[in-house]
Design a protein around this ligand. Structure first.
Ligand code: APR
Ligand code: ZN
Length: 337
């Protein structure tokens, strides 16, 4: 799972005009959390609960992502599987900042979605009131028992399993805008070599000395430093792989590859063994990283051979493959080999 995990809370959306919960003037000062956000509230206090989430859903319609959402969305889109964006927030600001909904792990549900309590269908109603969408009925089974797709206190939170999974391989844990009152972030950070905490001020539920870097500042002010730390952590690996491949190709120049025709079946092993030797000489990649590089290269080799180039008869064709592969690491310029 991801090498970098970013876990956010209400604080990351505060500068977009969405209230936090426990800051002064926060939601839990205005509303009785037991009445509208506790397991059973949809039985004992259904109308007020539905009204509360209808209002919050409508409220996020005109809210825009801020710089913190945008920077994290860019990083996630660039380093895909190496970074996980996990949030306790139910707003859609990461999605508005350019992230696919499936690329954001929402631990406590999602405001624009509702769930049918009979057939369990979850569907998106945008910013409408429950009653104004499909006439308040489930589009599949026509039940009128439609609830906000929100995890209430005391209810199961199935996405916490995803959080635990993502934390397995985490090397850098970034916490932004949460008081730690619900997800006890300290429990994760004790196992981390590197961690960043960004809040406005200390929280009773967070022991900040556990974090390798603490930034008490607005998320939009701290995010540039956080971005650099994340890039430094991730880029090293991607840079290294590219450097190895470039060096490998330069080495190839010194080998007499001219005229060598790669017949896929016979020569793929040659390619594999050759690169194993060359790349290993250049750098000690982890086994997984190395296998990922080689597998991708072999697949690419076969794909290009079957679809475009019948034979890699010259060094130029082979170098084109390496450049193509390097470029696949989203490197803007193609390295001149
Ligand atoms: N930049 C960074 N941090 C901020 C900012 C900001 N602009 N504004 C506020 N914060 C920080 C505060 O310092 C505080 O630590 O955000 C945190 C907000 O804490 P809470 O209001 O408790 O929100 P959160 O931690 O997300 O609550 C967790 O509790 O009520 C439930 O389900 C709800 O998901 C929520 C969960
Ligand atoms: Zn239904």
């Amino acid at each position: 799972m991801a090498k970098v995990v970013v876990l956010s809370g209400a604080g990351i959306s505060a500068e977009s005009g969405i209230s936090t919960f426990r800051d002064s003037g926060g939601l839990w000062e205005e509303y009785d959390v037991d009445k509208i956000c506790r397991a059973g509230c949809l039985v004992d206090n259904r109308d007020e609960t539905i009204e509360f989430y209808d209002k919050r859903r409508e409220d996020i319609k005109d809210k825009e992502p801020n710089k913190a959402h945008e920077v994290l969305a860019q990083l996630k889109n660039r380093y895909k599987d190496d970074i996980a964006i996990i949030t306790q927030n139910v707003d859609n600001l990461f999605e508005k900042a350019g992230l696919a909904h499936e690329d954001v792990i929402h631990l406590h549900g999602y405001l624009t979605e509702v769930e049918c309590e009979d057939c369990r269908l979850v569907y998106d109603i945008g910013y409408k009131k429950v009653q104004d969408s499909f006439n308040g009925k489930c589009p599949t089974c026509s039940s009128n028992k439609i609830r906000p797709f929100i995890v209430m206190f005391g209810e199961q939170a199935p996405m916490y399993k995803r959080l635990d999974e993502e934390m397995q391989d985490c090397e850098l844990f970034v916490v932004i805008g949460t008081s730690g009152n619900v997800v006890s972030v300290d429990n994760f950070v004790v196992h981390m070599d590197k961690s960043i905490l960004n809040n406005l001020e200390p929280s009773d539920a967070i022991f900040d000395e556990l974090y390798t870097k603490v930034l008490y500042a607005k998320a939009t002010e701290a995010i540039d430093e956080i971005r650099l730390d994340i890039q430094d952590h991730l880029k090293t690996k991607v840079d290294r792989l590219t450097h190895n491949l470039i060096s490998a190709t330069v080495h190839m120049r010194n080998y007499d590859l001219d005229g060598l025709t790669f017949e896929y079946e016979k020569d793929a092993n040659f390619l594999h063994n050759y690169l194993v030797k060359i790349i290993k000489e250049v750098d000690d990649l982890s086994k997984d990283e190395f296998d990922a590089v080689i597998t991708k290269l072999i697949v690419e080799f076969k794909d290009r051979r079957d679809n475009k180039l019948k034979k890699y008869e010259t060094r130029e064709d082979f170098n084109a493959l390496i450049c193509f592969f390097i470029n696949d690491f989203e490197y803007e310029k193609i390295y001149t080999i």
